[in-house]
Design a protein around this ligand. Structure first.
Ligand code: ITT
Length: 198
């Protein structure tokens, strides 16, 4: 079995990677290392923050480390919440308070459906080097009412193009086929197969 460390404390992300990687990968995330201080996400882009998180962990652990920086961009909000998606509602933000802030902002715009996309940038690092970076996006709309209880983050507010339900209503297999993370992961996987033969 091959081991890969995911540089995240977000167990939902880890669960999606575990489902997408499948056997023979043993997937470990940073929830197993609570003493590790959080990386400071000081970058202005998903690319920068993804590399920061990958290097932060790779400098401390042997082997490959995969990091995911992701978020939601709403065109009518000038691309917000964007790189601050996890901190949109300020100090002590949770997925629920972030969704509440987004709903409030959408209602100020008069409600309805607004074009939006999820973005994901994956980086793999080893030691002090980033070995590769892969991006993915999924276009859709956000709505100012929560629908569904699956997934995490903004899933209950996002309907991907071609579907009538939010990511929180759709089965996990569908999200793991269509999502920004799935698309970035597909590119990463090609690299992984070419590099390791697994
Ligand atoms: P790590 O930094 O530990 O990986 P995080 O949750 O803080 O965990 P990010 O900084 O990348 O991760 O923030 C991404 C935020 O964007 C996340 O908290 C969600 O609110 C949102 N997001 C990202 N991917 C999502 C998805 O698949 N579904 C719903 N919301 C998502």
């Amino acid at each position: 079995m091959q081991r890969i460390i995911i540089a995240t404390k977000n167990a939902h992300k880890t669960g999606e990677f575990r489902a997408m990687l499948g056997a023979p990968w043993e997937v470990v995330d940073l929830t197993a290392f609570p003493e590790l201080p959080a990386a400071e996400e000081t970058g202005a882009t998903f690319e920068e923050n993804s590399a920061i998180k990958a290097l932060h962990a790779a400098e401390r652990f042997a082997g490959w480390v995969l990091a995911d920086d992701s978020g939601l961009e709403v065109d009518a909000l000038g691309g917000a919440p964007g790189v601050i998606s996890a901190r949109y509602s300020g100090e002590g933000a949770t997925d629920a308070t972030n969704r509440a802030r987004l709903i409030e902002e959408l209602r100020k715009l008069g409600g309805g459906r607004f074009p939006a996309r999820f973005r994901c940038v994956l980086s793999v690092a080893e030691g002090t080097r980033v070995l590769g970076t892969w991006s993915g996006a999924v276009e859709g709309v956000v709505v100012p009412v929560e629908h569904g209880s699956g997934g995490f983050g903004y899933d209950a507010l996002f309907i991907p193009d071609g579907e009538t339900k939010t990511f929180a209503e759709l089965p996990a297999e569908v999200k793991n086929r269509l999502s920004h993370r799935a698309r970035a992961f597909a590119a990463f996987r090609e690299w992984l197969s070419a590099t390791t033969g697994v």
